[in-house]
Design a protein around this ligand. Structure first.
Ligand SMILES: C[S@@+](CC[C@H](N)C(=O)[O-])C[C@H]1O[C@@H](n2cnc3c(N)ncnc32)[C@H](O)[C@@H]1O
Length: 275
C-alpha cells in the first residue's frame, strides 16, 4: 500500500528544483509550432493548497517556494517556473502551489497532449477531478514504470516524460534505470527527466551509474543541503535535453543556491555525444 502523499511535501526544496527544470523544458517545447506530448508518470494531485493542514504540518514549503517567492532579482532561467507559480497566486500572496500536472497544463496549446498517471487510492480520484473537462488530458491509474514503457512513443511524438517516484519502494532505484533504458530505446527523440532524492544511504549513486550506461546525452543537476536532516539534496537527470538546458539549469541553480537555506548547486554531464 502506498502511504506517501505529496500534499505534505508540495513546494518544498525538491519540488522547486524539479519544477524549475520541468518549466524550462516545457517552455522549450512551446517555442516550436509543432504539437507536443507531456507524460507525467507520478503525477500526484495536480495542484496544492499551502494553507491546508498537510503543507502546514511539515512546513516544507517554508524552505522551498517561500524564500524563492520573496526573493528579488531572479534570472531569466527562473522565469518560466515563477510565472507558473504567479498564475496560481494572482493576488500576490503565496497560497497555492502548482504540481507537475499544473505546470504542464499551463504550457499546453490546443493540439498538445498531457498524459497523467497516478496509483495512490486518494490521489488518483483527486487528480481525475482536477483534470476533468480538459480534453487535452488523459488520466491513467497504473504502475508508473510499467506505464513508462507502455506509453512511449506517444502521439504527438515530440515531448517529454517526467519520472518522479516517491522511492518508497527501494527496488525503484534499480527499476528506474532498467525501464528507462527500454523506454529511451523506444522513443529516441523524447526527453526523459528523472527526479531523485539524496539521502544518507546514497542509493541514488548506483542508480546514476546505471543511467549513465543508457545511450543518449545525459545531464545531471543537484542541489545539496549539507548538514540537513533527512533530505541531503535533490537531483534531476535529463536524458536527451534540448540545447542549452545545462546553461539554463546552471543559471537557475546558482541563484537558488543563494536563495534557499544552506544550499549548494552542482551539475555535470554523465554522458554526452561527441561534437
Ligand atoms: C513525488 S510525488 C509526485 C509529485 C508530482 N510529480 C509533482 O511534481 O507535483 C510521487 C507520486 O507518485 C505516486 N506513486 C507512488 N508509487 C507509484 C507507482 N508505482 N506508480 C504510479 N504512481 C505512484 C504517489 O502516490 C505520489 O503521488
Amino acid at each position: 500500500m502506498l502511504s506517501y502523499q505529496h500534499a505534505y511535501h508540495a513546494g518544498g526544496p525538491a519540488d522547486v528544483h524539479k519544477h524549475v527544470a520541468l518549466a524550462l523544458l516545457l517552455a522549450h517545447l512551446g517555442k516550436k509550432d509543432k504539437p507536443f506530448t507531456v507524460i507525467d508518470l507520478y503525477a500526484g494531485e495536480g495542484d496544492y493548497d499551502l494553507t491546508h493542514y498537510a503543507a502546514q504540518k511539515t512546513g516544507e514549503f517554508l524552505s522551498g517556494i517561500a524564500p524563492v517567492w520573496n526573493a528579488k532579482g531572479a534570472p531569466a532561467a527562473m522565469q518560466p517556473y515563477l510565472s507558473a507559480v504567479r498564475r496560481q497566486n494572482p493576488d500576490g500572496a503565496l497560497k497555492r502551489y502548482p504540481g507537475s500536472p499544473a505546470l504542464a497544463r499551463a504550457a499546453l496549446r490546443g493540439d498538445d497532449r498531457l498524459i497523467l498517471n497516478e496509483l495512490h487510492k486518494t490521489a488518483f480520484p483527486n487528480l481525475g477531478r482536477w483534470a476533468r473537462k480538459d480534453e487535452r488530458i488523459g488520466v491513467h491509474k497504473r504502475d508508473g514504470l510499467e506505464a513508462l514503457v507502455a506509453l512511449v512513443p506517444p502521439t504527438p511524438r515530440r515531448g517529454l516524460v517526467l519520472i518522479d517516484p516517491s522511492y518508497e519502494v527501494k527496488s525503484e532505484y534499480d527499476d528506474v534505470p532498467a525501464k528507462l533504458s527500454e523506454a529511451v530505446r523506444k522513443w529516441r527523440e523524447g526527453t526523459f527527466v528523472i527526479w531523485y532524492p539524496v539521502l544518507k544511504e546514497a542509493r541514488h549513486r548506483a542508480m546514476l551509474e546505471r543511467i549513465r550506461e543508457i545511450d543518449g546525452d545525459i545531464f545531471c543537476d543537484e542541489l545539496a543541503f549539507p548538514g540537513g536532516k533527512g533530505l541531503l539534496g535533490t537531483g534531476i537527470v535529463a536524458v536527451n535535453p534540448p540545447w542549452q538546458f545545462d546553461e539554463a539549469m546552471d543559471e537557475a541553480g546558482a541563484w537558488l543556491a543563494r536563495v534557499l537555506p544552506r544550499c549548494k548547486h552542482r551539475s555535470t554531464w554523465l554522458r554526452r555525444a561527441e561534437g
